[in-house]
Design a protein around this ligand. Sequence first.
Ligand code: HPA
Length: 249
Amino acid sequence: MTVVAIIGGSGLTRLKNLEITRREVMRTPYGEPSAPLVFGRLSGREVLFLPRHGAGHTIPPHEVNYRANLWAIRNADVAKVIAVNAVGGITTDFQAPGTLAIPDQISDYTWGRAHTYFGSDAGQVTHVDFTHPYCAPLRATLIDAAGRAKLVLQPRGCYGATQGPRFETAAEIARLERDGCDIVGMTGMPEAGLARELNLCYACVAVVVNPAAGKVQGDISLKEIEKQLEAGMAKVRTLLEQVIPLIKD
Ligand code: HPA
């Protein structure tokens, strides 16, 4: 039984400590996922890994086939998903690069992405509840695991999902802040909404890799982001190793 699927974002196209057992190329009614699904053992249990931006990190946020990715995971009989997302930090407690957060809310500013399985071809109009967009028990397990691993993290936060691939203007970030967003990223939606439509238990580990636009003097430095991605993902690996044994079947 595969206990959890891990969707890796920028900086996490591979799980170094995963003992890979097999790779599976999946086709779905929505096309191909970002990469073959990688199955393997982590902390003694079977997990599935999928790099959101492709194995070679070539698919930009607005072109990720989110529907195929989530469908493939569901079809592999996996019920829980941990999504890893690099983000910019907006509010004070979330600004420092290297900060980890387990957000509890989302505001969606993306547009033009295939964002639902319930289009007119589904045959009937279907709505899903999304009041609490992330799976509370899985969030709690992640927060517990971070404590055990002595990793400091923000146990909440509102994720503002923007379209990208450009970063935001300072004015856009000011607007997101007024809207109550603590962090900003380009891949949180429609992924979380699709997971809900498929009844998956889905939680996000957000890794701050830069202060959002206008939050510090000067422009956003890609070089600095690269550096922070590496350091941040090392923490994520530790968190993942710690959380896998704690996940209930
Ligand atoms: N904005 C949007 N997405 C991001 C950022 C940002 O500042 N940093 C990492 N992903």
